[in-house]
Write a protein that binds this ligand. Structure first.
Ligand SMILES: NC(=O)c1ccc[n+]([C@@H]2O[C@H](COP(=O)([O-])OP(=O)(O)OC[C@H]3O[C@@H](n4cnc5c(N)ncnc54)[C@H](OP(=O)(O)O)[C@@H]3O)[C@@H](O)[C@H]2O)c1
Length: 429
């Protein structure tokens, strides 16, 4: 009598919600990578059902699945389905940044209460494994700053404008033709998409609850081709940056009495920003993303890669699936309650169109000096009757810079409203 063979392992059954750009790429990938997935998971993987607007029933798919992959997007019904799955003890994998940036508290609490995993690598910076890196590799060190280019559409537009000299409107139209910008690009170009991603990164990096409403953001709609042209002469390139950083508690001897009691906090912001050529993010061009993490123990780590795309995003979802099936740690509770602050300091590029007459530069320098702002570099050009001054000023508290800008705008020598963009001064390497 022959020995019985090994019992075939019970398959892991996936309930797939959404079968659009990412969902259909994910279906192809789990079939193409089935042998590798089975080896990593220790059992075969099969689709229990797929939900779209015209196909499937969520109740039936949930009942038939061991875990849910949410690729619908938006808030409802993605929120309801995610919570129902977690409350039934079923892990959820999602690529939905808006859901996590707006309802992260509720979703992570449900995951903790039910001791199940929620994974979301694809929600931030496409295929770059930044979530896993912050949560796992750097989960117990004290991160000081996470920042980078987390929106590929705006990075494509800014790099094309710099390379071709074309206007913002022309370049946006080209990005739409090439599929790098959606028909309605509002959330990408106004910074809201990047803000949602930064809320998620800040929550993980600082172990503190952060929601989209706490992120200050600006977009790139008012960037002009000549800002990029003049900045090139100052050795600068423009990026839309997301920056989440610790703001240390003020030392007891802080000169400004209002600052003396400032507690430790964090600031989370999105803004267009000039970088000098030696900065690791300066060469990141086209629809790519890049994220840097800084902490005393690691100095600085930079990762870059495609920020979107069906297959690329689905590859990040597949990575999460492998982690869930291989059984890694569920979401831990926030261990800090840091306030999110907005009184930060920055260096700025300033573009002024002024009357071409003696003493103008001195008048502006005095006005900046009154606010304690010092000038790092200046380029001056004549424009028949008028002149154009572009300059970079050293780091200064933002309210002071805004006050100086307001006073400059009121000078009768100004020919158009002043324009300003933040600059990162640090040199790397
Ligand atoms: N596309 C990217 O490059 C990318 C990159 C990073 C992250 N993401 C994220 O990935 C997620 C999916 O994006 P996508 O580009 O694949 O979206 P998509 O192409 O618009 O697909 C959405 C899918 O969800 C289904 N759906 C929509 N509303 C539904 C509802 N009420 N009930 C059931 N099904 C519903 C749609 O059904 P129908 O097929 O019937 O229309 C479609 O299959 C989003 O959270 C997005 O932010 C996408």
């Amino acid at each position: 009598m022959s020995e019985p063979g090994p019992t075939p392992a019970t398959p892991a059954r996936i309930g797939l919600l959404g079968h659009g750009t990412v969902g259909s790429a994910f279906t192809s990938l789990i079939s193409e990578r089935s042998a590798a997935l089975t080896a990593a998971a220790g059992r075969p993987v099969e689709l229990a059902g797929t939900l779209t607007t015209t196909q499937g029933s969520f109740d039936e798919i949930l009942a038939a699945s061991d875990l849910i992959v949410e690729l619908i997007g938006g808030i409802e019904p993605a929120r309801e389905y995610t919570l129902r799955a977690l409350n039934q003890g079923k892990p959820v994998i999602t690529a939905n940044k808006q859901l996590l940036a707006q309802h992260g508290d509720e979703i992570f609490a449900a995951a903790r209460e039910n001791k199940v995993q929620v994974r979301f690598e694809a929600a931030v910076a496409g295929v770059i494994p930044i979530i896993r890196t912050i949560q796992e590799s750097f989960g117990t060190i004290r991160i000081d700053r996470v920042f980078g280019i987390v929106n590929g559409t705006t990075n494509f537009i800014l790099s094309e404008m710099a390379a071709t000299g074309a206007s913002y409107t022309e370049t946006l139209a080209r990005a739409q033709e090439l599929g790098y910008a959606e028909a309605d690009p509002t959330e990408d170009v106004n910074g809201a998409d990047a803000a949602a991603k930064m809320a998620i990164l800040a929550r993980l990096a600082f172990h503190t609850p952060v929601t989209l409403g706490q992120v200050e953001y600006e977009g790139i709609e008012s960037i002009r081709a000549d800002d990029l042209a003049y900045a090139k002469e100052l050795g600068l390139s423009l990026k839309l940056l997301g920056v989440a950083e610790r703001r240390p508690a003020a030392p007891p001897d802080a000169p400004d009495a209002a600052d003396a009691t400032a507690p430790e906090g964090i600031s989370v912001r999105v803004f267009p920003c000039f970088l000098y050529g030696g900065h690791p993010l300066a060469p990141i061009s086209g629809p790519f993303n890049a994220v840097m993490v800084e902490a005393p123990e690691i100095t600085e780590v930079t990762m870059s890669g495609p920020g979107a795309g069906g297959t690329e995003t689905a590859a990040a979802v597949l990575g999460d699936l492998t982690s869930v099936l291989a059984g890694s740690a569920p979401v831990s509770e926030p261990r800090e309650q840091l306030p999110v602050v907005t009184d930060v300091s920055s260096s700025f590029y300033l573009h002024l169109e002024v009357a071409d007459r003696p003493g103008v530069l001195a008048q502006i320098a005095t006005l900046l000096g009154d606010e304690g702002i010092s000038v790092k570099s200046v380029v001056q050009r004549g424009l028949s009757e008028d002149a154009r001054l572009t300059m970079v000023v050293h780091e200064t508290p933002e309210p002071r810079f805004k006050a100086a800008l307001q006073r400059i705008a009121e000078l009768d020598l100004m020919r158009s409203p002043p324009r300003s963009i933040r600059v990162i001064e640090e040199a790397f390497g």
